[in-house]
Design a protein around this ligand. Structure first.
Ligand code: F6P
Length: 556
């Protein structure tokens, strides 16, 4: 049984932070002008990541108090308990061992009687072997043709990680082999993703940790029917479906019995374990579609990148431990300066799904109102994570970041070497792109005073509208290039930031009970939607009226 969480609000560090926040007046202009060492002191390295915290709203005292808070809530001990496989997922009584998925082979780790090292590397070997066969054309469909499209069917953690990484690592994909991702139970998703595909050259990966998710199983059935109908119409198969399903369907799950019940040969199933949370599973067999796309070698680099950050988290001094610092900084913003949202702004088009990926990681992990011992949280928890790639965001929501009244800490992410180094005459377009990154973080930090606006000859009446207050906090994260390793490092960085915040708040960051009620009610409401009058009568008046509207307007 886990120790009850320390109430952070009772710590001495919390009192110090509250005192520092009282009447806190940030002044990045002066802090930079008066302290030539600020940037060096607040710039850190984790793996290949260069992380500049200097444009954040903190000085030495806040930093000291945040580090003290980490100590007082027992951050290091909880981290060690996680790495050791203790059951820190208290409400589900499970270990939390996504970090074990990326450990090099041969480092023994036994948890709850399981040889984790052997199991992880055995599944990896099978996934790699499968991916190699698809990539080489050795794995064929039922007509003997090689596979051209791999369709991952999954949702949440069984979709967001693979699709995000597939997009991010586009330059590493094998030519002539594409992946598509079906997640939504809205049949439009399957209809659009299947459009133009040839069943004979399409292979489906049904990815579901529980193999009980309504969306995924519905889409899997839909795809199975599409496959068999298509093959039959082409005269490729007779009445016997089994061979076609075996050659065109594989599965990834922790529930291999349910995979078999669905009709997928267990020989074509890749397992993982209950100690891998869905939103922490891109580095498990859930990443199979990605392995097919980029190949085992590149996937191994992604794992190595994640492991490098795990090692950093495990061994770096707290004062230089980047994920811990970033997590503690988020606590400062949420609990002391009143921030409710956090922007993630990749200046890398390939990372366009990274904010969506982080939404599940952070909000499903820390959007909780009770602590791991069942008692209510003692302070605000969670942040709404959101974002879009720059520079698109600049022409959409940056107005609010620059001049709005809400405090929105923002992470800017960029790489030095672009995947596609295009030039426009003599202009290095990627350089121009990054000039925007640098300019935006500068504008947000230092703003523009009324005198500076006046000096530009602005009419007095509109001076106030053109003033930028500055002191809008940003973290700048840079890396040499968006390699598989760097992507792995970014993912692990945010996993550990999320962990840090969860520990401070005393939250079990690894359960997700908050998604259950909606699932239960969908099952209860479904008969009413299907026209069952009795079930309709049991609904509340608003729900009943909405269903009636639907029933009255469909098939028009
Ligand atoms: O409903 C939330 C959730 O349980 C996520 O935590 C998970 O990633 C997703 O559904 C999909 O679950 P599964 O992989 O079991 O289909």
């Amino acid at each position: 049984m886990s120790e009850p969480p320390v109430d952070p609000t009772t710590t001495e560090a919390w009192a110090r932070l509250a005192a520092l926040a009282d009447g806190f007046v940030p002044d990045l202009r002066s802090w930079f002008a008066d302290d030539p060492g600020r940037v060096d002191r607040l710039t850190f390295t984790a793996g290949d990541l260069h992380v500049d915290l200097s444009k954040n709203l903190l000085g030495e005292q806040v930093l000291d108090a945040l580090l003290a808070l980490g100590e007082e809530v027992g951050l290091a001990a909880r981290r060690d308990a996680m790495f050791a496989g203790e059951h820190i997922n208290v409400t589900e009584d499970r270990a939390v061992l996504h970090t074990a998925l990326r450990r090099p082979a041969g480092e023994p780790l036994e948890v709850d009687g399981q040889d984790v090292d052997a199991d992880v590397h055995e599944v990896l070997r099978r996934v790699y072997d499968f991916a190699d066969r698809v990539r080489s054309g050795a794995w064929t469909g039922v007509t003997g043709q090689r596979i051209r499209t791999v369709v991952n069917i999954g949702i949440g953690g069984s979709d967001l990680g693979p699709v995000m990484a597939y997009e991010a690592l586009a330059p590493y994909r094998q030519d002539g082999l594409q992946c598509r991702f079906i997640s939504n139970i809205d049949p439009t998703d399957a209809a659009q993703k299947l459009a133009g595909l040839d069943p004979a050259t399409t292979l489906f990966i049904v990815s579901s940790k529980t193999f009980g998710t309504l969306e995924t199983l519905t889409n899997a059935r839909l795809c199975k029917a599409w496959l068999l109908d298509g093959l039959r119409a082409a005269g490729a198969i007779g009445d016997d479906d089994a061979d076609a399903v075996a050659r065109h369907f594989v599965a990834v799950s922790t529930a291999l019995d349910k995979v078999a019940a669905f009709g997928i040969d267990p020989a074509n199933a890749f397992g993982f374990w209950d100690w891998v949370g869905g939103r922490y599973s891109v580095d498990s067999a859930i990443g199979t579609s990605l392995v097919v796309a980029i190949g085992p070698e590149r996937f191994a680099e992604l794992l190595a990148g994640m492991h490098a950050i795990d090692e950093h988290v495990r061994t770096a001094d707290p004062a230089a431990n980047v994920p811990a610092l970033m997590g503690l900084l988020n606590v400062w913003y949420v609990n002391f300066l009143g921030a409710q949202t956090h922007a993630v702004l990749p200046y890398a088009q390939l990372l366009h799904r990274f904010p969506a990926y982080l939404q599940q990681l952070t909000m499903e992990s820390n959007g909780k109102g009770v602590r791991w011992d069942g008692t209510p949280v003692t302070t605000e928890t969670g942040e709404v994570f959101w974002g879009e790639p720059g520079t698109n965001g600049q022409h959409a929501f940056f107005q609010l970041l620059h001049q709005g009244t809400l405090l929105v800490p923002a992470d800017f992410i960029a790489v030095a070497d672009p995947a596609y180094p295009l030039t426009d005459g003599d202009t290095d377009v990627h350089g121009l792109f990054l000039a925007n990154f640098f300019a935006q973080t500068k504008a947000l930090a230092f703003g523009k005073t009324a005198d500076e606006v006046r000096a530009e000859g602005t009419a007095e009446a509109i001076v106030p509208a053109r003033v930028f207050e500055g002191n809008r906090p940003t973290t700048s994260i840079m890396a040499p290039a968006l390699t598989p390793s760097v992507l792995g490092q970014l993912i692990a960085l945010y996993e550990h930031i999320t962990f840090t915040q969860g520990v401070v708040w005393g939250i079990d960051s690894f359960d997700q009970w908050g998604v259950e009620l909606g699932k239960q009610l969908a099952q209860q409401v479904a008969p009413a939607v299907a026209g069952d009058a009795e079930a309709l009568a049991e609904q509340d008046p608003s729900t009943s009226a909405l269903i009636s509207y639907y029933l009255g307007h469909r098939d028009r």
